[in-house]
Design a protein around this ligand. Structure first.
Ligand code: SF4
Length: 355
């Protein structure tokens, strides 16, 4: 990993550890793992120093609102609950009211645009899947926290926390799937390429699933087939009329013929079969990651940077990082542009998993 061993390095104190809700153990969630793997330097700012960028307006938790709307729709049982369109509007307005009470004014119209997008997406989702009545929902939107023991000592080591989107049983095939709702900017051939190795799902597939069995949401004889990725493209749908052909929309010209100009897909459901072997592999990988997290905190491994075209362009700390790189007073910039947050507050856990 390019990390070097150091001696005498200052032990990193992690503020959010103090807020661990479970037995005082440190917590871990998927987005912290992702951050750690992307760049330890940015991870250190976000998860050890618990800093995030100060923003002029509060970020709209769009993914969380979509997830909450789908949870209201996919209630346990064979029948669907509230329309996700109605649910989205309700949750969006609640969120807006909370922010307005705190002084927020949507001056640049970003929140309004996001509100319209969410309603359009959920309307389009209903058009696509209708009552979606091939599913019996066994579980919906469950936060979980599982104590993970150290593989050598067997002692409690950390608490893995997350939110599992549900467990759905297909009424035709009788197979049970763990759905994973994902909003995305595009759906194309590369969308599904990595899914067999998707480590974010690994967290759900390992400890999230353990938790469902442990709490009795699933019975021991209810074996799972795998993950069912439910992709939704963040886009206002094409307004042209369309017809469905083999489950695919074909948009029409004014004369009723199929247009040569078709939008890229709005939705994709991709099942990925998983079993005990890849559960173990995902678990082992997560344990190795956490071992490194601990070694960085103890000063055994360095807080390395991982600069590159895959990591830096979307990094919130890029300006701070550039000052640090050039030997300037980057801590001044930290003070001026960041604020504290608790990465393990409940709403952050929801938001972090709702992508
Ligand atoms: S800009 Fe790049 S190297 Fe710097 S903290 Fe961000 S990801 Fe890491």
């Amino acid at each position: 990993m390019g990390a070097t061993k150091t001696s005498g390095r200052k032990r990193i104190k992690r503020r959010s550890e103090l807020k661990a809700k479970s037995n005082g153990l440190p917590m871990l969630r998927n987005s912290e793992r992702t951050s750690f793997r992307n760049c330890r330097w940015a991870w250190n700012l976000s998860f050890n120093r618990t800093l995030q960028p100060r923003t002029a307006s509060p970020p709209l938790r769009f993914g969380t609102l979509i997830h909450k709307s789908l949870a209201a729709h996919y209630i346990p049982g064979k029948k669907r609950g509230e329309s996700p369109v109605v649910a989205f509007e309700k949750f969006y307005n609640e969120e807006l009211k909370i922010q307005e009470k705190m002084g927020f004014r949507d001056e640049d119209g970003k929140w309004q645009d996001a509100g319209e997008l969410g309603i359009a997406m959920m309307t389009n989702y209903l058009d696509q899947y209708g009552a979606d009545d091939q599913w019996e929902v066994l579980v919906t939107e469950q936060p979980f926290e599982v104590i993970v023991n150290h593989p050598d000592t067997g002692e409690p080591w950390f608490v893995f926390v997350g939110v599992i989107d549900g467990a759905w049983r297909n009424l035709g095939t009788k197979k049970i799937w763990i759905p994973d709702h994902k909003t995305t900017s595009g759906i194309g051939p590369t969308t599904v390429k990595h899914l067999v190795l998707d480590d974010q799902a690994g967290g759900y597939w390992t400890w999230g699933v353990d938790w469902l069995y442990e709490k009795g949401y699933l019975k021991p004889n209810q074996k799972l087939a795998g993950m069912l990725y439910n992709f939704m493209r963040k886009a206002i749908p094409d307004e042209r009329p369309y017809k469905m052909r083999k489950g695919v929309r074909q948009y029409l010209n004014a004369d009723g013929t199929v247009s040569k100009k078709q939008p890229s897909p709005y939705f994709l459901r991709q099942p990925i079969y998983r079993d005990e072997m890849d559960k173990q592999a995902a678990r082992t990988r997560a344990l190795l990651d956490y071992g490194e997290v601990e070694m960085v905190r103890q000063g055994i491994l360095t807080v390395n940077k991982n600069p590159g075209w895959m990591t830096c362009p979307n990094c919130w700390a890029i300006d701070i990082c550039e000052l640090h790189e050039a030997g300037h007073d980057w801590e001044d910039m930290v003070r001026a542009t960041t604020q504290e947050w608790d990465p393990y507050a409940e709403h952050e856990i929801y938001a972090g998993e709702s992508r």
